[in-house]
Design a binder for this molecule. Sequence first.
Ligand code: GAR
Length: 193
Amino acid sequence: MPRFGVLGSGKGSNFRALAEAWRTGTLGCEPVIVLSDNESAGILDLARGFEIPAHFVPPGPFRTKMSPEAETEIVRLLREAKVNFVVLAGFMRVIKEPLLMAFPGRILNIHPSLLPAFRGLEAWRQAVEAGVPEAGCTVHLVDAGVDTGKILGQASVPVLPGDTAETLHARIQVEEHELYPRMVREFAEELRA
Ligand code: GAR
């Protein structure tokens, strides 16, 4: 069964959806390590609850990316865990060369917009502020750009009158938790084919 590592910075609800699908035997692949750039991220506690090894990796001095040393350490941990691919689940830093080169075409991300619309931070807030009638989420492969890689799948939700950034994000997250396990399962199936 393909093995994957997870990188996340926050509460980890997408990781939880993946781990629950794995636990019920419907994911077709196995999360074997969880790494975070944020020592107090909920995703680390969640992982330990699922008895998956979880580590904080100090990100270095930059805000939007990891230091080359930090990325190299992440690659080392992922290789040591013998992962076949990598899943970003709310990881809030741009991925650079050491990690991209180690897993070319094998890093997945979920982004809370219908890409190519609203790349970057707080895409749900960008959607509310732009007044669009529809928002959603996208699973895509990670390349050297910001939210620019090949799109694997999307799910849409309506933007309703009176929506705030928070209510819209909550509606998008319901779709994320269904879309991401489905896309990860399909990706793992292709790896096995
Ligand atoms: C998710 O909505 C995810 O799409 C977004 O962060 C949230 C993480 O939630 N990711 C990005 O914005 C990446 N640019 P979670 O920690 O509960 O999974």
